[in-house]
Design a binder for this molecule. Structure first.
Ligand SMILES: CC(=O)SCCNC(=O)CCNC(=O)[C@H](O)C(C)(C)COP(=O)(O)OP(=O)(O)OC[C@H]1O[C@@H](n2cnc3c(N)ncnc32)[C@H](O)[C@@H]1OP(=O)(O)O
Ligand SMILES: O=C([O-])CC(=O)C(=O)O
Length: 375
C-alpha cells in the first residue's frame, strides 16, 4: 500500500469554494465580493463593508441607513456581560476576556434554545449584527478596565469607527486618526480560509451555532502565527527600541531561530496586498503624532528582514504600530482584529451552512502497530 500524500498544515489544499473574497498572490490582489480592498478602504465606511460581506452587494442609501440604525441600537453592553468581564482578572489577556464574553452572549441568546433556530438565516443575520455591534463595546470595556477607568457608554450619533474610539478613550480623536482606524478595520475584515475563519467553518460544519463558531475563531486568532502577531510586532519594537539597533536585534533573533512577527504569510510570498494601504495610514499617524522615530524603526527592521531573509511584512506589521500610535494597549491589538474579522467569520459561517458538508479530514496513523494487553 502506498503512503497517502500528507498536506501538513493543509498548505496548498483547496477545501471548498467561496464567493466572499479572493486572495490572489500572483496579482497581489484581495477582492471582497469582487471589489478590490484598496477601493473599499478608500471609499467605504466599515458598516458598508460589513453589509457587503454579509449580503454580497453594497447597501443602497436606504439599506445603509436602516443597517446603521440597527447597529447603533445594539451597542450597549448587558449588565451580565459586564459582570462576566469583571469576573476575569484585569491582568488576563484581552483575547481571553473577549472569548469568554462572546461565549456568554451565546448562552444569553434565548432563541438558541430552539434547536431549529440555530440555522435560521434571518436569526443568524441578527446574531451576526449583534456580535458586530457588541465587540467594540466589549473591547473598549476591557481596555478601560485594564487601565482602572470607568466604562464609557456608546453614542448613537457616531458611526461605528468613531463610537469605537469614543468608548475606548472617552473622546473622538481627529479625523486622520479615525480614518486610519477605519482603514485598518476594512483591511482586517476578511481573508478567505485563514486559520480563524477555517476554525469557524469547521465548527459551523457540525451545525453548531454562530456564537460557538465565533468563540472558536477568537481562540484561533489569538495565536502569534495568526492575529496575535500584531501585538507581537509591538513587543519586538519595544525590545529593539531604536532604528539603529534593528539589524543587531534581527541577527540575534534569527540566530535563535525566532520567527519575526509581522513578516511572512502562508498565501502571499511576494508581499501582502494590504500592507501599502495600511503603511500609508501609519505614515499619516506618525506625522500626526510627530513620531518619525517609529517609522524609522519600522523601515529599518523591514529592510534588514528583506536583506537577510527576503521575507516581506504582512498586515500585522503596519497595524501594530498604527494601533500603538492611536493609543491602544498592545494587548488589545488582536481584539481589534477580532472586532473587524467577525464580519468575515460570520459571512463564512453562513456560506458553510448554506452548502454544508461536515469538515473531517483523514490522517495517516504512524503510532505503534497493533498490540495487545498482556493480562
Ligand atoms: C494577519 C495574519 O494572520 S498574517 C500572519 C501573521 N503571523 C506572523 O506574522 C507570524 C510570523 N510569520 C510566520 O510565522 C510565517 O510566515 C507564517 C506562519 C505566517 C506563514 O508560514 P508558512 O507559510 O507555514 O511558512 P513557513 O513557516 O513554512 O516559512 C517558510 C520559511 O520561511 C521562514 N519564515 C517564514 N516567516 C518567517 C518569519 N516571520 N520569521 C523568520 N522566518 C520566517 C521559515 O522559518 C521557513 O524557513 P525554512 O524553510 O528555512 O524552515
Ligand atoms: O490569510 C491568512 O492566512 C492570515 C489572515 O487571516 C490574514 O492575512 O488576514
Amino acid at each position: 500500500m502506498t503512503d497517502p500524500e500528507i498536506h501538513k498544515g493543509l498548505a496548498g489544499v483547496v477545501v471548498d469554494t467561496t464567493t466572499i473574497s479572493s486572495v490572489n498572490p500572483q496579482t497581489n490582489s484581495l477582492l471582497y465580493r469582487g471589489y478590490p480592498v484598496q477601493e473599499l478602504a478608500a471609499h467605504c465606511s466599515f458598516e458598508e463593508v460589513a453589509y457587503l460581506l454579509w449580503h454580497g452587494e453594497l447597501p443602497t442609501p436606504e439599506q445603509l441607513v436602516a443597517f446603521e440604525s440597527l447597529e447603533r441600537s445594539l451597542r450597549r453592553l448587558d449588565d451580565r456581560t459586564r459582570r462576566a468581564l469583571d469576573d476575569i482578572p484585569a491582568s488576563a489577556h484581552p483575547m481571553d476576556a473577549l472569548r469568554t464574553a462572546v461565549s456568554q452572549l451565546g448562552g444569553l441568546d434565548a432563541t438558541l434554545q430552539q434547536p431549529d433556530s440555530i440555522l435560521d438565516p434571518e436569526l443568524n443575520e441578527g446574531r451576526a449584527l449583534y456580535l458586530f455591534a457588541q465587540l467594540p463595546a466589549i473591547v473598549a470595556y476591557i481596555q478601560r478596565r485594564r487601565r482602572g477607568l470607568d466604562p464609557v457608554e456608546p453614542r448613537d450619533d457616531l458611526d461605528y469607527s468613531r463610537n469605537f474610539l469614543w468608548m475606548t478613550f472617552g473622546e473622538v480623536p481627529d479625523d486622520v486618526v479615525v480614518d486610519a482606524f477605519r482603514v485598518s478595520l476594512v483591511l482586517y475584515a476578511e481573508h478567505s480560509f485563514n486559520a480563524s475563519t477555517f476554525t469557524a467553518r469547521v465548527i459551523a460544519s457540525t451545525l453548531s451555532d454562530v456564537y460557538s463558531a465565533v468563540t472558536g475563531a477568537i481562540g484561533a486568532l489569538k495565536g502569534p502565527l495568526h492575529g496575535g502577531a500584531n501585538e507581537a510586532v509591538m513587543h519586538a519594537f519595544e525590545e529593539i527600541r531604536t532604528a539603529d539597533r534593528a539589524e543587531e536585534w534581527l541577527d540575534a533573533a534569527l540566530a535563535e531561530k525566532r520567527k519575526i512577527m509581522g513578516f511572512g504569510h502562508r498565501v502571499y510570498k511576494n508581499g501582502d496586498s494590504r500592507v501599502p494601504t495600511m503603511h500609508a495610514s501609519l505614515v499619516v499617524l506618525a506625522d500626526h503624532y510627530d513620531r518619525r522615530d517609529l517609522l524609522d524603526l519600522y523601515d529599518a527592521l523591514e529592510n534588514a528582514m528583506g536583506e537577510r531573509k527576503n521575507i516581506k511584512p504582512n498586515l500585522d506589521y503596519p497595524s501594530g504600530p498604527a494601533y500603538n500610535l492611536m493609543g491602544f494597549d498592545t494587548e488589545t491589538f488582536t481584539p481589534l482584529f477580532a472586532a473587524a474579522r467577525v464580519t468575515g467569520w460570520t459571512a463564512h459561517v453562513f456560506e458553510q451552512y448554506a452548502a454544508n458538508s461536515l469538515i473531517r479530514p483523514l490522517s495517516q496513523y504512524t503510532g505503534p502497530a497493533e498490540r495487545h494487553l498482556e493480562r
